[in-house]
Ligand binder design. Structure first.
Ligand code: ZN
Length: 202
């Protein structure tokens, strides 16, 4: 427990650990995407832990299916997102988190406000409405709660908010038709937890 990092966007572009291919239903990539994107929305950083997961997390096509139907089941075109970001984004072309580090583009302040640091950041914030009242209020609520938890040294509560999900997907049991990055399975959260190498929180 220390600084509140819940809304620190990754400094560099996301590097995919996994490379499954060949599924004919894009939803089959869900657990791969959950692990790859750390069980949180790549756009607003909302975590599975903070919501009822099944109702709240979706798979988004970076290049929409209407534009590139041939990429509907292309893993490199898929990201893990929350329902709010998914519905706001719709068919808009937003920056690809695997091309740009969102941490270079936006910064979230202690009071929940989000500040664009570049043109790409402005685009990201505008298109996904990350600066609307509701979104800002939500971040502030989470940050206030986490600050209280840290101040009171509530270790269990901290793990509930900032830990990995209790049930992690065992990707070694998945059998996609192909996988261009099979080694990623060894670095999945499930495998690292088995080896005792997964941090308690992130
Ligand atoms: Zn989101």
């Amino acid at each position: 427990m220390g600084r509140i990092t819940a809304f620190d966007y990754p400094p560099g572009p996301h590097v995919r650990r996994h490379g499954p291919f060949g599924y004919t239903d894009y939803k089959s990539y869900r657990d791969w995407l959950r692990d790859d994107f750390c069980f949180r929305c790549v756009f607003c950083l909302r975590r599975e832990r903070w919501v009822r997961r099944r109702a709240t997390f979706h798979i988004d096509h970076l290049v929409p299916r209407s534009e590139a139907p041939e990429r509907a089941c292309d893993y490199t075109n898929l990201v893990y997102v929350c329902a709010s970001c998914n519905s706001v984004k719709s068919d808009l072309a937003v920056p690809d988190p695997c091309q740009v580090g969102f941490g270079q583009c936006v910064r979230v302040h202690d009071d929940g406000r989000i500040e664009p640091l570049s043109e790409t950041g402005e685009l990201l914030v505008d298109l996904l409405r990350l600066d609307d009242k509701d979104c800002t209020r939500y971040r502030k609520m989470i940050l206030d709660t986490l600050r209280l938890i840290v101040r009171n040294k509530e270790r269990d509560a901290h793990l509930q908010w900032m830990g990995y999900p209790e049930e992690l997907p065992d990707l070694s049991r998945k059998t996609p038709p192909g996988n261009s990055r099979p080694d990623g399975i060894k670095r999945s959260c499930f495998a690292r937890k088995l080896q005792g190498k997964l941090p308690e929180s992130y």
